[in-house]
Design a protein around this ligand. Structure first.
Ligand code: CO8
Length: 260
């Protein structure tokens, strides 16, 4: 994998993807969105990768949004393409069967906040700042933020953030339920590694099904969400991992999951 605007490191079954445009606070231009999409697709095809951590280069920003310099002169049809490319990236990231964590080390604004929201969990540095400031630029979130922020924090809080464009600190993000933890800046990656490793010890098929049921079920009526859960629960009983997990419990030993 070779990328101009990303760094990819592999650490024992974990992929660390770093958006690397620190001079522009890691803003997402078209090339970076295309590279991120390719990276997600390539990592999805690699069975040795059990978790993904996404972060930004430098001390200031996770991703400070879509690249405003590149966006400023887009026509409506071009903006349509740009928005679709952002959606494609966030949808594929969200659909990965492995756990994904956003290590938000600084500004996560606009498209950056939307990218973090497409991950399963957000861990924030004490220096992290979150917001959807698009209305300050005369536009609205366009990479899935309206829907994902509403699902993450509820409609009233999402309206407040999107209508005011306010930028909130890490503790506020924690209180909102946007972030799951706030840690000193130098610990943000290690906290993500720790969470990823703990999840990676569980049955990978169970995690993949939990992701699918949570994601798809959230948008279904409760009876349909429950039916989806029942099917996924039952399907897991056809796996070796279920046999191993329950046998290991009964034999009072740790399980050895193989993802099949
Ligand atoms: N795009 C391009 N360049 C950026 C961006 C950005 N989003 N953010 C920062 N930069 C650049 C600055 O222009 C500056 O460049 P230079 O050194 O060449 O002048 C450099 O990064 C450093 O930034 P600042 O000097 O501004 O740093 P400060 O510490 O003073 O401020 C802020 C940091 C508060 C983060 C400030 O840079 C800022 O407000 N940035 C813009 C944040 C923003 O509005 N983000 C949302 C963008 S819109 C969006 O994401 C929409 C997504 C959906 C689009 C769908 C399209 C159809």
């Amino acid at each position: 994998m070779s990328f101009e605007n990303l760094q990819i490191a592999r650490e024992e079954g974990l992929a660390l993807v770093t958006v690397n445009r620190p001079k522009s606070l890691n803003a997402l231009n078209r090339a970076t969105i295309a590279e991120l999409t390719r990276a997600v697709d390539e990592l999805a095809a690699d069975p040795s990768i059990r978790a993904l951590i996404l972060t930004g280069a430098g001390e200031k920003a996770f991703v400070a949004g879509a690249d405003i310099a590149e966006m400023a002169n887009l026509t409506s049809p071009e903006a349509l393409e740009f928005s679709r490319a952002g959606h494609r990236l966030c949808d594929r990231l969200e659909a990965l069967p492995i756990p994904t964590l956003a290590a938000v080390n600084g500004f996560a604004l606009g498209g950056g906040c939307e990218l973090a929201l497409a991950c399963d969990l957000i861990v924030a540095s004490e220096k992290a700042r979150f917001g959807q400031p698009e209305v300050s630029l005369g536009v609205i979130p366009g990479f899935g933020g309206n829907g994902r922020l509403t699902r993450a924090v509820g409609v009233q809080r999402a309206r407040e953030l999107i209508y005011t464009g306010d930028i909130v600190d890490a503790q506020s993000a924690l209180a909102l339920g946007l972030a799951v933890a706030v840690v000193p800046p130098e610990q943000v990656l290690d906290r993500c590694r720790d969470i990823a490793k703990r999840i990676a010890q569980k049955g990978p098929l169970a995690i993949a099904q939990a992701k699918r049921v949570l994601r798809t079920g959230a948008d279904l009526p409760l009876d349909a969400a429950n039916a989806l859960e029942t099917q996924a629960f039952a399907a897991l009983f056809g796996s070796s991992d279920q046999k191993e997990g329950m046998k290991a419990f009964l034999e009072k030993r740790p399980p050895h999951f193989e993802g099949r």
